[in-house]
Design a protein around this ligand. Structure first.
Ligand SMILES: NC(=O)c1ccc[n+]([C@@H]2O[C@H](COP(=O)([O-])OP(=O)(O)OC[C@H]3O[C@@H](n4cnc5c(N)ncnc54)[C@H](O)[C@@H]3O)[C@@H](O)[C@H]2O)c1
Length: 543
């Protein structure tokens, strides 16, 4: 690597943050794992047949919930106020049935529970009506019709159409939002209080709810809903964030969303990479891993089989799966060798969703289970951004995200042999550095110095703003030894950095994992924390 070659910025999100948007596949995958792990954690079940998952939202990301329920094999009931969004998912085949009648919805739900039918049912209406009806059923018949629940309305932006209040129809809401934003906000907040009150009633029974990374609990709290956790501070809620409870242990083990794009654009290349990745994971399991790690690998082997069957590719021939450091490096090596042998027609780009063990600092989501105060720092994202760049990533990205913010990308230039071959094979969207000015948010208008064009190509990197910071990378595998060396170094750093941080913040699982990683990989050296009992500290201070 020599000098930073290009700066560019676009409107940043999680998945597209490092020029690697792979369509809805990532969120389907994440939702499958979340629901599977929620079933294990809350219901003690491996098989979710006949169990009911109720949620809302069939939009861009939330639409994945319908498909995930089917892949997992449970009954998914998803409320959506927008008929167009609902029908899109129905036409696409992700929703098996739709209804706008609550009576019919409850009838179908009862039937499917009895016969353990796999079902994704879209309810065209407000999710608060659905939750209140489930409470009514419980109170009048004693029957709890739901086992697991969440929410994926766009609560990160609740007053501009992200959350529709139950008191109004969809059309009325859209009109009031524009004509009287203050009245609209009041209705949204009242609706959120009703929403939480229904969930609280159900949660007194054997029902489990989690926050799905959409700021639902945060906004409900701001609205005065009863979401507080007795005896805890204001940043802790009575319901867990899915990261905190369901995915937290996965991140501490170093598992996270690793992904690749076959730059040939040939579906056959994707079939080859799927086969290679699957056999790599199977070999690692056969070589002996802990029961917890085995479970993760097995879920992902199942995912690769199912993903191919459910035709989740949209656009780029890409795949995502969860893996730890060992698996990611082994998969990268297998791909690079297959490219060298000519089994794959063109280079493969490695990347990851930023919703990962290391890439994101987000105090109400990815880092919500880090209780030492560093949840509010940007350590992991910045360290990954810088560390990945120095270890040979083809490009790196630092941006805020999770629905808001801007992104600044630094593309690095390589002198190594073979890199020109790699770049020659890349599709336009992976090599160009577009300045998408229409998507640049208002901060830039207030801070024109943030525009790299104005900076005259200077190497000043402005710091991102916002509550959530993401760091990501792209790495081209072209079959050369140089690519192999870089992949080892980047992937090891990229995963170990986050595990080490979780270890320092007190996670016993992360401590075990980082010790194991150091035993297996002599290039990883992490300073280990020493746990000290509070009494010892107090004693020392008194002396
Ligand atoms: N868990 C994750 O990993 C993850 C990933 C991406 C996005 N998110 C978050 O999830 C949320 C949803 O993302 P999206 O891309 O699907 O947004 P979206 O706006 O496309 O979809 C949300 C849908 O919710 C519907 N809705 C709003 N209020 C409703 C109500 N009261 N009842 C029924 N339906 C209602 C809207 O009509 C809309 O179609 C966002 O806040 C986003 O930041 C989470």
């Amino acid at each position: 690597m020599d000098v930073p070659a290009t700066f560019t910025h676009v409107y940043g999100q999680m998945t597209a943050g490092s020029y690697c948007y792979i369509g809805p596949q990532g969120i389907v995958h994440g939702t499958v794992l979340t629901v599977l792990n929620a079933g294990r954690r809350y219901l003690g079940l491996q098989d979710l047949a006949g169990k009911v998952f109720v949620t809302s939202g069939l939009g861009g990301m939330s639409g994945a919930q319908a498909k995930a329920a089917v892949i997992v094999g449970c009954i998914g009931v998803i409320a959506e106020v927008d008929g167009a969004a609902l029908m899109k998912r129905h036409r696409q085949g992700w929703l098996m049935e739709v209804t706008d009648s609550l009576d019919h919805c409850i009838e179908r739900l009862r039937e499917a529970r009895k016969t353990k039918e796999v079902l994704s049912l879209g309810y065209h209406g407000n999710v608060v009506d659905l939750w209140e009806r489930l409470v009514h059923e419980l109170d009048t018949t004693g029957e709890l019709l739901v086992d697991l629940g969440s929410d994926q309305t766009s609560c990160h932006s609740p007053f501009n159409g992200g959350y529709y209040p139950v008191q109004l129809s969809f059309a009325e809401a859209r009109s009031l939002m524009a004509s009287d934003p203050t009245a609209f906000k009041g209705l949204v907040q009242e609706s959120l209080r009703r929403h939480v009150s229904a969930i609280n009633r159900l949660a007194r029974e054997h029902f489990f709810f989690w926050d799905y990374g959409n700021a639902f609990l945060l906004e409900a709290q701001r609205a005065g809903a009863d979401v507080g956790k007795p005896g805890a501070n204001r940043t802790e809620f009575r319901y867990p964030s899915y990261v905190q409870h369901i995915m937290g242990d996965i991140f501490s083990q170093g598992f996270g969303p690793f992904r690749w794009v076959c730059t040939s654009g040939d579906p056959q290349d994707l079939v080859v990479t799927d086969r290679l990745a699957m056999s790599v994971l199977e070999e690692i399991v056969a070589g002996g891993v802990t029961p917890a790690v085995k479970l993760q690998y097995e879920d992902n082997i199942r995912w690769i089989r199912e993903a191919a069957k459910h035709q989740l590719v949209v656009g780029s021939q890409a795949r995502i799966l969860y893996s730890d450091q060992k698996g990611r490096v082994a998969i990268a090596m297998a791909f690079n060798q297959a490219i060298a042998r000519g089994e794959l027609k063109a280079p493969v780009v490695l990347s990851r969703d930023h919703h990962d063990v290391s890439g994101t600092d987000s105090p109400f989501r990815e880092t919500s289970n880090i209780y030492d105060g560093s949840a509010f720092c940007a350590d992991m994202a910045v360290q990954n951004f810088v560390g990945d760049a120095f270890r040979g990533a083809t490009w790196v990205a630092l941006h805020n995200g999770g629905g808001v913010g801007w992104l600044l990308t630094v593309k690095t230039r390589h002198r190594s042999r073979g890199s020109s071959r790699a770049h020659a094979g890349l599709p336009g969207h992976l090599t160009s550095a577009p300045l998408i000015s229409s998507m640049v948010p208002p901060q830039r208008q207030m801070h024109p110095e943030l525009d790299p064009a104005d900076a005259g190509g200077s190497a000043t990197v402005p710091a991102p703003e916002g509550e959530v910071i993401n760091g990501g990378f792209g790495l081209v595998l072209d079959g050369t030894e140089d690519a192999e060396r870089k992949a080892r170094r980047v992937l090891s750093w990229d995963v170990a950095n986050g595990v080490a941080r979780r270890c320092w913040s007190g996670s016993p699982m992360a401590y075990e994992v980082i010790c194991q990683t150091m035993r297996e990989d002599s290039s990883v050296a992490v300073t280990l924390p020493h746990t000290v009992a509070d009494e010892c500290v107090l004693q020392a201070l008194q002396q």
